[in-house]
Design a binder for this molecule. Sequence first.
Ligand SMILES: [Fe+2]
Length: 368
Amino acid sequence: MRLMALDKCQSGSKLGKTIFHEDGRVLLAQGVKLTDTLIHSLKKMSIYTVYIEDEASTGIEIVDSIPEELRAEAVNVINDGLNSIAKLKDDKPNIQNMMRSDRAIRGFKKIFKEIHKCLNDNRAALNLLAATKIHENHVYTHSLNVTIYACQLAIANGLPLKDIEEIGLGAMLHDLGKLYIPSEILNKPGKLTEEEFEMMQSHSELGFDILRKIHEIPLPVSHCALQHHERIDGTGYPRRLKGDEIHKYAKLLSVADVFDAVTSHRVYRPPMLPHEALELLFAGNGTQFEHRQVQLFKESIAVYPPGLTVKLNDGRTGIVSKYNFYAVGRPEIRIIKDEENQEIKPYEIDMAAKENLTVKIVDSDTLL
Ligand SMILES: [Fe+2]
C-alpha cells in the first residue's frame, strides 16, 4: 500500500488501512472502495492523506509502532486522568479527590509501562504516518503522541528505567494546564493577541502548581509541565531559563512536543511531513534545542516512512518500501518511474548501498 493525498485519490481507490476515530472507533475499514462522497466527507474532517492499495505498491507493508487498541486505550486513560487531576484546582483537598488523582496516576503508570514495552521490544524507527487519524486536536491526543516520542527518545538516550518512567509520566501530564485555557484561545485560527498569548503561556505554571501538590508525583515530573517551553538560549517561557538551568527531562520533552505540534493538523495549516518537521528542529539545533536530543530524535523516527512516494536526485520516482533503521534517510525504494518520468516495471533498490543517491523531494504529484 502507499500513502496518497486525498486530492489525488480517485473514486474506486481501495483503502489500505482502517481509519479510526481518536477513541478507537472505526470510521472507515480497510478494503473499502472510496467513492466521491466518501472522499468529500474525509476532506471535511481535515484528512489530507490516506493509504491505498494499488498494483505498484503491492506487498509494501505499514507497521504500527503502537497497536491501535493500545493507542485507543491510552487516549481514554489520559483523557480521564487529566480531567480528574484538573479538578483538584478548584476543589478543596479531601480524601475523595486524593483518591481520584491517585487512581489517575496509577492508570498513567500502567499504560506507560505498556507503551514502553512496545517500543523497547520492537526497537524500530517510529512511523508517525502509520495511522490515519481524524485530526480532532485534543490535549489528550497531543499528550499521548508526545509520550510516545519522548519514550522513544528516552530509550535512545540510554536512560535508566526510573528516568524513562518519570519522563513518560511527565509527558502525559505536561500540558495539564491547557485544560484551564478557553478552547477559543487554544484553537484560534489567527494570531493570538498579546493578552491571549499570555493566557496561553500560563498553562505551564497552572499545570505545575497542581502537580507539585500531588504526593506521588516526583518533582522532576512536575518540572516537565513547568519547563517544556523553555529553550536553551533563554528565549522560552515562563522563566527564560538557559542551558543546564533547564531540567534534562524538559529538554528532551521540548523536542518531542514541538515535533508533534508541527506534524499535527492545525486550523491554519496542514500538517508537516516527518522530514520537514526534522528540518525545523535542526534549524533550532543548539539554540532552541539541545544538539544531542535533536540528533538522537532524528535517528529514532522514520524520516521517510514506508508508503511515501519520493523523487531521487537522479530523477527516478519510487515508493519507500522498507525503512533502514541503521541508515537514516536511506530507505529501500521500489522504483516505479524512470529518469524521464515514464512508468516502468517496478524494481527495488536499497539506498543504503547506493551512496550517490539521495531523496530529493517527497513527490508532490501524489502528496500535495
Ligand atoms: Fe505546552
